[in-house]
Each structure stands twice: as structure tokens, then as C-alpha cells.
Write a protein that binds this ligand. Structure first.
Ligand SMILES: *[C@@H]1O[C@H](CO)[C@@H](O)[C@H](O)[C@H]1NC(C)=O
Ligand SMILES: *[C@@H]1O[C@H](CO)[C@@H](O)[C@H](O)[C@H]1NC(C)=O
Ligand SMILES: *[C@@H]1O[C@H](CO)[C@@H](O)[C@H](O)[C@H]1NC(C)=O
Length: 358
């Protein structure tokens, strides 16, 4: 009975809010105050996943993200981000209005560093074990569970928090690298989505108020796939597989939201947002459009090398473009800061759902 009344009340508030947004949609200031008065205003961000979200968890010797020229735009030197600058986590923190949460690796720096939440994402990982010997998503969530057991964070903390769950495809590249065929990938996709759903449910069960999960980006448009066509054409076969993953994820999230009745789960559609930018449709706030959006800024001199590679004598074995701001992709897999900025602009509509109470 009480639940039913709450539900109606919630519905009413949402209805009023939506009505208001329609009238005053162009006023930024009003949006902001409504968010304060009625909407959910998260105070912490907890991040799980891979290199699209990692802000420095991998050890310095283990990854390219700690080599020059990674980080040249922000923070100005390599600092463990897989880009020239900010990544998805940083933009989501900006949206929430907090500082980017501290990487798990630095959790012992002191209590004041823990107030914005924590980033448990490790580049190269997936929901299952991949080719890197780093914590899979289950283990990353175990890390948070342990911090809850030790009262570093509490249930009320999570009730005012957002989780970002990034899965950018490492489960699939590991599957193919282990000899799985592209044909049998179809039957592996549901297993990945099922495990992802287990992880999403677990985060919600731990008290996380909102859980934002990425839909897979168009893998067939990453430079590693388009190099075959000199960065001219996306690989449609790969994108079809991605579409299947995203369809299953979307069905599962609809079901989860119906079961939990509080619209906790939100999909950040990296497929649609990447595509709108790549197809030059995105209006990315005044700056010029990306010249050849499929071509990465930084790449190895040959297939033997990658961005950041040096030979035995320390001579660099990669090329870098003049202006990273003119490129969407930084290396063969990851967007530049400017690329993420454009994706962030394209995601604005969806991100508003993180403030909804119902
Ligand atoms: C994640 O890693 C842990 C520790 O290595 C392992 O026991 C577990 O089976 C893995 N989980 C999945 C879903 O792959
Ligand atoms: C597209 O990707 C598939 C799977 O990786 C591969 O078999 C195929 O050769 C690629 N097509 C092109 C045109 O590169
Ligand atoms: C939502 O769940 C209810 C049962 O709780 C069910 O009757 C209904 O069909 C579900 N709706 C959708 C769209 O899955």
C-alpha cells in the first residue's frame, strides 16, 4: 500500500519535473536548482571496468598509459590514462559535479582523498578474465565490498552514489585471441551480457543508487579495425556483433529496471554517441569537426610498434599528430580527450536520467 502511494508520488514528481523542463529547458540555471530541490544529486562516483574508465590503476611498468606521449594534454605527463588527457570517468565526474574519484591503487593516501568515491577500473580487463593478469569485474566489485566491510564506505554513502560500469570489448578480443572464431562469437555474447547483469545486480544490491553501464562502442570503427582500409571504412561485421551485444544488454536493463522499480540502471550508449560524432553529426560545442575521425593521432611506425613504443636505444617508434584536439582517436583503441568531450556532449540527454528519482 505504502509502496503504491510512493510510486504514484514519484510518478507525479517526475511528471511535474518533465513538464517544467519542457518549459524552461533552455535555462541552465533553473535546471540546476530543480536538481537540488527534487532530483537525485550524487556525491560519489564508483567506477568499474577497463581502459575507457581507468585513471591510473595499472602499475607504471605494465602499461603504455604510463609512457610518453600519453597524458600530454592532461595532466601534462603520463599518469595512467589511456588517452592524451581526460577519459570517460573524468567527464562523468564533471557531470555529477565532483572531482574525478581516486584510483583504488592510491586508497591509502588518507580519508580526504576518498570523498568523491573510488575508481576500480583496470585497463585491459573484462567481466571474465582476459589476456591481462589484472582484476576482472567480479574482483573489482570485491574490492568495494571489502572497503564496505572495513567501514571505509557505508550503505548511506552508496545510497548517494553513482556507479559507472565500462565494458569496451576486452572479453571479445580475448575470446578471439584464444582461438575462438568470429562465427562462434554469437554464442559467447549472451554469456558476457549475463555475467555483466550479475555484476550490475550486485552493485545495486550493495546499495548503489544509480548504475550507469556503457553499451559497447562500435568496435568495427576503432582504428585497429579500420587500419585495413587506411582508416576509411568501419568493419560492418564487427559492428553487427556489437549491435547484438547492445540489444541483449538493453533488454536486460529494461528487465532490471522493471524488477527494481526505481530506474536505477541507465545505459550510456557509446555506440550511438561514437557514431554520431564519427558521422560528423555531433555538434561539438563550437570547435571544428574532426578532419578524418577514423584516423588515430598516435600510432606505431609499423605493426610491431604502438603509440609510446621505443626501441632498445630509446628512439621513439611512433608518430604523433600535430594537434591531438583535431583527432577523435588517440591510439588504435582509445579516444582523445577531445574525442571523449564530443562523446560526452552527445550523451547529455541520457545523463540527465542519473538525476531522476523514479
Ligand atoms: C574473476 O577473478 C577471480 C580471481 O582470479 C576468479 O576466481 C573468478 O573466477 C573470476 N570471475 C569471472 C567471472 O571470470
Ligand atoms: C571484419 O572483421 C572480421 C572479424 O574480425 C574479419 O574476419 C574481416 O576480414 C573484416 N573485414 C574487413 C573488410 O576488414
Ligand atoms: C514488468 O514486471 C511485471 C511483473 O512484476 C510484469 O507483469 C510485466 O510484464 C513486466 N513488464 C515488462 C515490460 O517486462
Amino acid at each position: 500500500m505504502e509502496g503504491k502511494v510512493m510510486f504514484h508520488l514519484c510518478f507525479l514528481i517526475c511528471f511535474l519535473l518533465t513538464g517544467n523542463a519542457g518549459v524552461k529547458g533552455s535555462s541552465h540555471h533553473h535546471h540546476h536548482s530543480h536538481r537540488h530541490l527534487f532530483g537525485f544529486r550524487p556525491s560519489k562516483l564508483f567506477v568499474f571496468g577497463d581502459s575507457y574508465a581507468d585513471t591510473g590503476n595499472i602499475g607504471k611498468t605494465a602499461a603504455n598509459s604510463w609512457k610518453v606521449p600519453y597524458g600530454i594534454t592532461f595532466p601534462g605527463k603520463p599518469a595512467g590514462r589511456f588517452s592524451d588527457g581526460r577519459v570517460l570517468t573524468d567527464y562523468l565526474a564533471r557531470f555529477v559535479g565532483i572531482k574525478s574519484p581516486i584510483p583504488y591503487r592510491w586508497r591509502n593516501l588518507g580519508p580526504k582523498h576518498l570523498r568523491y568515491g573510488m575508481n576500480f577500473a583496470f585497463g585491459g580487463t573484462g567481466v571474465f578474465d582476459t589476456l591481462v593478469a589484472l582484476p576482472n569485474m567480479t574482483t573489482q566489485i570485491d574490492f568495494l565490498q571489502e572497503l564496505l566491510s572495513n567501514k571505509v564506505y557505508t550503505w548511506p554513502d552508496l545510497q548517494s552514489s553513482v556507479a559507472l560500469v565500462s565494458i569496451a570489448g576486452n572479453d571479445y578480443s580475448a575470446y578471439l585471441a584464444r582461438g575462438g572464431s568470429f562465427q562462434t562469437l554469437q554464442s559467447f555474447i549472451p554469456l558476457v551480457v549475463d555475467q555483466l547483469v550479475v555484476d550490475l545486480k550486485r552493485l545495486h544490491g550493495m546499495g548503489m543508487k544509480k548504475v550507469a553501464v556503457t553499451a559497447l562502442e562500435p568496435l568495427g570503427c576503432l582504428p585497429q579495425a579500420t587500419v585495413a582500409s587506411s582508416f576509411q571504412e568501419c568493419n560492418g561485421t564487427q559492428n553487427t556483433a556489437v549491435t547484438f551485444h547492445n540489444l541483449l544488454l538493453s533488454q536486460a536493463v529494461t528487465k532490471l529496471n522493471n524488477e527494481t522499480k526505481d530506474s536505477s540502471f541507465v545505459i550510456l550508449d557509446l555506440y550511438a554517441s561514437f557514431m554520431s560524432v564519427l558521422e560528423n553529426k555531433a555538434d561539438h560545442l563550437g570547435s571544428s569537426k574532426f578532419e578524418n575521425p577514423l584516423k588515430p593521432c598516435c600510432m606505431g611506425l609499423s605493426s610491431k610498434y604502438s603509440c609510446g613504443s621505443v626501441d632498445e636505444s630509446g628512439a621513439k617508434q611512433y608518430t604523433i599528430c600535430d594537434d591531438p584536439e583535431s583527432a577523435f582517436f588517440w591510439d588504435t583503441v582509445h579516444p582523445t580527450q577531445q574525442g571523449w568531450n564530443a562523446v560526452y556532449s552527445a550523451l547529455q540527454g541520457t545523463l540527465q536520467q542519473l538525476h531522476s528519482l523514479c
